[in-house]
Ligand binder design. Sequence first.
Ligand SMILES: [Zn+2]
Length: 202
Amino acid sequence: MSTCPQNIVDYMHEYLDGDISRDHEQQLKKHLQACSDCQQHMHQLSDTIAFVKSAAHITAPPNFEEQVMKRLPKAKQRLGVQKWLRRHPIIVAAAVFLFFMSATLLSNYPNDEFSVTKQPNLVVDGQTVIVPEGEVVKGDIVVKNGDIVIEGEVDGNVTVINGQYMASTAVVTGQIEEIDETFEWLWYEMKEMANDFMSLFE
Ligand SMILES: [Zn+2]
């Protein structure tokens, strides 16, 4: 076979895939008639393909993936999963989103109810959250369906969903985010969930 034209093997594959041109088929046939090595190779190939086709209906046993993962060295396994997740952040976000959709997300869907992250030093006046002057709130604040007035300091992120952020001389060390549209809110939830999910693999 070493002296045979290189493209003959390609033609074999084309033939077995049922995707061969007349010209290639003729060249292949002509060569096979003259070359017993290639004939043999062709037989092996077609046997293999027949086997694969006959085995195609066999499904992997249940827990197959789990079993494979168990046999992998732990470090490698974690690294692989982590790498994959890092490379596919959007897929992860989407998967996590769908996974939690029915439970967490729908129960969090914006309604008219006012809520705010429990933090000491926060003053709640009706639907307005106030960070009083001279006070320092340590941690993130999420306000839903309400406003926040910051006169003191926030050592963390401030997120306002369906509300307004009001501050003049405020000091916020983290990010300030206002979310008004449902879509933006969904995106925010997805990012949050993806972050939580990723942290499992840190
Ligand atoms: Zn040959």
